[in-house]
Design a protein around this ligand. Structure first.
Ligand SMILES: [Zn+2]
Length: 300
């Protein structure tokens, strides 16, 4: 923390950082309503923006794009404790098991899309459009989160957020420009595949205009504060997996499931390693002086 940083500014940063939550949330509010943040990249509002932009680029109806980005936004609120939803590793879980869990989630959500498209549905009904947005939006959140998290644990993520606020800026993985770019690229590829799946299922994309809107909800302050304290359990070992390898696989897993049941191969088959080629050296986990975080989390 710089000595001339005002408490107000610090708290603004703290809100942005703690709100990163499982890695991607906007400023949390006790009433669950949307709030603005100070940070700039892959936070909850960016899931919404990137998802909406890729949907518009695919020329899908406005109402569907709105619902889709709301579904992507709400993953941090609705699936806060499911780390596979955020491309992360549970405490004590192996990298291969965590990657397999994310892979399974994406397969299952892609299969949900395929089931809806293959069922005897009313193409122009709100439920068809909304159900498609629910499955696809949740999957896009996970695909986008992989760009920022690449399997890191919440303990590591909390440490990086804590360092970002209190010691050295630009350590929050959710604010890395390359993560944002990766999320845009992956989202565009997924939306193209989704559009192709609609056409292959003889569904008129214009029918998705029947989608209806839902409320966007943030994680609570309690959830954010529980998260930010988890750095104390981190062992200092960078647990990220290979982003280039997994982003290709996760995209293929999801988009293949749009049309066929076949599963993609286990990422750790044949003893393959998923270790990140940019793995950081082990760090000493020490307690930084960070009053803003304590103030923000008073009572939590
Ligand atoms: Zn997330």
């Amino acid at each position: 923390m710089t000595s001339n940083l005002s408490l107000l500014a610090l708290l603004a940063l703290v809100v942005g950082a703690t709100a990163a939550g499982v890695g991607c949330a906007a400023a949390p509010s006790d009433d669950g309503n949307t709030a603005e943040t100070t940070a700039s990249a892959l936070e909850t509002k960016d899931h919404s923006k990137i998802t909406g932009a890729s949907c518009h680029d695919a020329k899908l109806p406005e109402a569907f794009c709105t619902r889709l980005q709301q579904e992507a936004f709400n993953v941090d609120h609705n699936e806060w404790t499911d780390l596979s939803a955020h491309s992360q590793t549970e405490f004590g879980q192996s990298t291969c098991d965590a990657a397999a869990a994310t892979q399974k989630r994406l397969h299952d959500l892609g299969a949900d899309v395929r089931t809806i498209l293959g069922s005897d549905h009313d193409s122009a009904s709100p439920s068809t459009a909304n159900d498609l947005a629910h499955a696809l939006g949740r999957a896009m959140h996970t695909i986008q989160d992989n760009c920022a998290h690449s399997g890191m644990s919440n303990e590591q993520h909390a440490w990086l957020d804590d360092q970002d606020v209190c010691v050295a800026p630009d350590m929050n993985p959710d604010t890395k420009p390359e993560a944002l770019q990766c999320a845009r690229e992956e989202s565009a590829a997924v939306m193209t595949a989704f559009h192709d799946a609609l056409v292959a299922a003889n569904m008129n994309p214009a029918d998705l205009s029947a989608a209806t809107a839902i409320t966007e909800s943030n994680p609570s302050r309690k959830q954010a504060c529980t998260f930010i304290k988890r750095w104390k359990q981190w062992d200092g070992v960078d647990s990220r997996w290979d982003n280039e390898l997994t982003r290709r696989d996760f995209r293929k897993t999801l988009t293949t499931a749009f049309s066929v049941e076949a599963r993609t191969a286990d990422l750790c088959a044949d003893g393959a390693t998923l270790t990140s080629p940019t793995q950081e050296p082990k760090v000493e986990v020490t307690d930084p002086w960070c009053p803003g975080l304590s103030i923000f989390c008073i009572g939590e």
